[in-house]
Design a protein around this ligand. Structure first.
Ligand code: SF4
Length: 331
């Protein structure tokens, strides 16, 4: 399913004269971790430490690794150029090999041109094919660089839709290559524009209307449950690319202005168990924006995004509901 080429990572390990490297592999590729480690050890003089902790992105490289290794090899994620790490981090792309030509042809009637073209990290190499395919069918396309949290034109992260929002005035719809619905929902809510998803795991292109309605109902219910909360816990993520202390402090100020109590909480890997004994009525996550949305069913107490807290406190209207984003000036 995925092409993973370690050649340039191995050259970089040799150039750095790294003696020990940490290897981070996303959950979906962990079965191949031994193969990757063996490849690196056979072709360089470095010893490999396979990191068993889950890794969700370039935001998720534990600082503790830098005390133990000379470099980190991170497979399957794009770099976040605005992040600075303690030691070299070598990113190795995992590019999807699943053909999307048939879906692309089927999507044409669903699009309104000009079309903004987007992809998640695993599908960035398919962007050129999509642009060429659409243009050859006479459909105008546009693509944007996004801000400096984004490393490749057209890329969307679950925490950053700037490659889409930068085009919002210039396009009438978006085409997104990627699996799942989170990125598509984020783009749609940030821009108000129609979005068609080419999911290589499916056979047909799809729109997100039904999923959007279900997600919005869930979020409305969480917001309503938080309305009677008196004491809020504002969670700051420990992960290097999720530390939004300034945002957390702003939210606490806002809560105090609205005569609510609040404390800041530090958390690395999110786990409802860690919150169970704490005395808060509701929580706000300033860490990865996906957690509150994707894991909604796991939390007993309301877990809000910063924008949802603003709705609870009456400083944002429900009509302006949007997903949380981390931008270049925050981290
Ligand atoms: S913060 Fe979340 S969405 Fe953003 S890169 Fe990290 S894991 Fe992905």
């Amino acid at each position: 399913m995925y092409d993973i080429d370690l050649t340039s990572a191995i050259s970089e390990i040799k150039r750095l004269k790294a003696r020990i490297v940490a290897l981070q592999v996303p959950e979906g590729l962990k079965k191949r971790a031994y193969q990757f480690a063996e490849d690196i050890e056979k072709n360089s003089s470095a010893e490999v430490l396979v990191v068993a902790e889950p890794c969700f992105g370039a935001c998720d490289i534990p600082s503790s690794l830098f005390d133990m290794v000379d470099a980190v090899v991170n497979i399957g994620h794009s770099p976040i150029p605005s992040l600075k790490y303690g030691k070299p981090v070598i990113f190795v792309a995992a590019r999807s090999k699943v053909p999307i030509v048939d879906q692309l042809k089927k999507s044409v009637g669903m699009l309104h041109e000009p079309v903004g073209v987007l992809a998640t990290s695993q599908h960035l190499t398919q962007l050129d094919e999509v642009i060429e395919g659409l243009e050859s069918m006479g459909i105008k396309t546009k693509i944007s660089e996004g801000d400096s949290r984004i490393s490749h034109a057209g890329e969307v992260l679950g925490c950053n839709f700037t490659a889409a929002t930068a085009l919002a005035k210039d396009v009438n719809s978006y085409l997104l290559i990627g699996s799942g619905s989170f990125h598509a929902l984020g783009v749609h809510l940030s821009t108000g524009k129609k979005i068609v998803v080419l999911d290589p795991n499916l056979e047909e292109p799809r729109e997100i209307d039904q999923i959007k309605d279900k997600m919005l109902r869930q979020r409305h219910a969480v917001i309503e449950r938080a309305e009677n909360a008196r004491i809020f816990g504002i969670i700051v993520g420990e992960k290097i690319g999720q530390r939004r202390m300034r945002r957390a402090k702003e939210l606490r100020k806002l809560l105090r202005w609205k005569r609510k109590d609040a404390a800041l909480i530090l958390m690395d890997k999110f786990d409802p168990e860690k919150l169970r004994s704490l005395p808060f009525d509701a929580y706000v996550s300033t860490a990865c924006p996906r957690i509150a949305i994707d894991d909604v069913a796991m939390y007993d107490k309301p877990l809000l995004t910063p924008q949802e807290l603003e709705i609870v406190l009456g400083v944002r209207d429900w009509e302006n509901y949007t997903f949380d984003q981390m931008t270049e000036d925050e981290i």
